[in-house]
Design a protein around this ligand. Sequence first.
Ligand SMILES: [Zn+2]
Length: 176
Amino acid sequence: MGLVSKMKLKGTVGSRGDASSLLRSPGDAVLVQRGTPRWLLLSCPCGCGAELPINLDSRAGPAWRLYQHSTQGLSIFPSVWRDTDCRSHFIIWHDKILLFVRTDEDFQSPGRTQDIAALSEVLRKKIPAVGFVSYVDLADSLGAVPWDALDACRHLVKNGVLREGFGKQRGMFRRI
Ligand SMILES: [Zn+2]
């Protein structure tokens, strides 16, 4: 299990230049928005002090998806993996940062049992009768945050409803 910390959204600004002064502690974040969300700037949760620019604008290259929810906070998909310097690997999920201790560590829920039980019931009806389906496609079909869908799928695995694929089919689920 990774380390869980809080992501603190310090504000929304119009340009990257306005963001740096707001990033003081690990996990501090600033959203750069001009019409649409452009960047999430994050002070690296590992504490190395690096300022990580997370691109949210698909017109500007490979982009992360941003999910903003009025009560549950902000999520980013997929995970963020620094391939230089500190090599931090983490996910941002409902204003929480799950920092993986080992780079190959798997995603696990920090515990939201009731929500997950409800989502699992909805999601269960979306699983095709045969073949594998990815949790991302399931999330998209429900308008859900993919991390929630993954968590719900794994919940259904635990309950003996689904089976998860191995190797390249990790994150793919089918009925048992
Ligand atoms: Zn770092």
